[in-house]
Design a protein around this ligand. Structure first.
Ligand code: FES
Length: 173
């Protein structure tokens, strides 16, 4: 067994999106340990850095680096916007829904109106969300292998894995 325990052995060197061979459920850790830690990050299937977090009784999993510029989401706060739980990227404060990976932003219909009226809107799915399951206290992630490109795929490369794990914000070009 490799250092990364899995329910079955798979091998893939593909980057993103995850290959179809990655539909295996990958062991992440014991639920009680994840609950205690709140967040864990793990390289899954040797190809994808995933953040698993526990919040309000629910487990969630998503790509670890923010779709905007690769920010370290494991350091983000969780807040509710328009009734939707989001992780707030610590780098530039982008809001990403935990359930769907949608990017939320505030829009105004009339920038000259006083008082200004703002609305929460969605930019669509920007962060790849993965499936989390728990079996007898063990937590597994099944990678979302949708072939549709999602912006957070950009940061699932060896370059970002080895070079941009700092929690410091990076200017976006
Ligand atoms: S908001 Fe996440 S990297 Fe910019």
């Amino acid at each position: 067994m490799s250092s990364e325990e899995e329910t079955s052995q798979t091998s893939s060197s593909s980057m993103s999106p995850p290959s179809s061979s990655s539909t295996t459920a990958h062991f992440i850790g014991k639920k009680e340990e994840i609950v205690k830690a709140g967040r864990v990050t793990k390289l899954v299937n040797r190809c994808r850095d995933v953040l698993v977090l526990y919040h309000q009784g629910q487990l969630h999993a998503m790509d670890m680096r923010c779709y905007h510029a690769g920010g370290a989401l494991q350091h983000g706060d969780i807040e509710e916007f328009n009734g939707r739980l989001c992780i707030v990227c610590p780098w530039h404060k982008y809001k990403i829904t935990l359930e769907e990976g949608e990017g939320l932003y505030q829009a105004v219909d009339d920038p000259m109106a006083k008082p200004l009226r703002t609305y929460w809107r969605s930019k669509g799915v920007k962060q790849r969300i993965h499936k989390v399951t728990e079996v007898n206290g063990d937590v597994y992630v099944t990678l979302n292998d949708s072939s549709e490109a999602i912006e957070s795929d950009t940061y699932q490369t060896e370059r970002f894995r080895t070079g941009s794990l700092s929690a410091q914000p990076k200017p976006r070009k």
